[in-house]
Design a protein around this ligand. Structure first.
Ligand SMILES: [Cu+2]
Length: 130
């Protein structure tokens, strides 16, 4: 996630991400390296207060770039997690966007907003990769 942040973000956002990074839940193993940012199949993710909407409902194994747009009024982010895979966008201000790229393999991933208590407020879903 730091890598993505460094590529994309302005310095202030990077600093904020690094500061937040120390609070993340313990990883379940070495982080799996992800493909280059922007590669693979494009998926649109729209974040609102408090819902995550994806343009795709079904996924097959492969590389995907999620174009994440915050269409809400609060700050949001998109995180995709499974085992030792954990990819997270920058914190996105209302009206702004970010990209994350992830190699999806067969199985179920949790897709949620890690900001505040947004996950428990409904910004939480799972995707199953066939
Ligand atoms: Cu949120």
């Amino acid at each position: 996630m730091k890598r993505v942040g460094l590529v994309i973000a302005v310095t202030a956002v990077v600093a904020a991400l690094v500061a937040v990074g120390g609070c993340d839940a313990a990883p379940k193993g070495p982080a799996v390296p992800q493909p280059p940012l922007g590669s693979g199949t494009k998926v649109t993710a729209t974040l609102t207060d408090f819902h995550v909407e994806l343009s795709e409902k079904t996924f097959t194994a492969g590389t995907y770039t999620f174009d994440v747009t915050n269409a809400g009024k609060a700050t949001h982010s998109l995180e995709i997690v499974r085992d030792n895979v954990d990819v997270r966008s920058d914190n996105i201000q209302p009206g702004h966007s970010d990209q994350i790229t992830i190699a999806l393999t067969k199985g179920t991933y949790q897709v949620f907003c890690p900001v505040g208590n947004h996950r428990s407020q409904g910004m939480d879903m799972s995707i199953t990769v066939m």
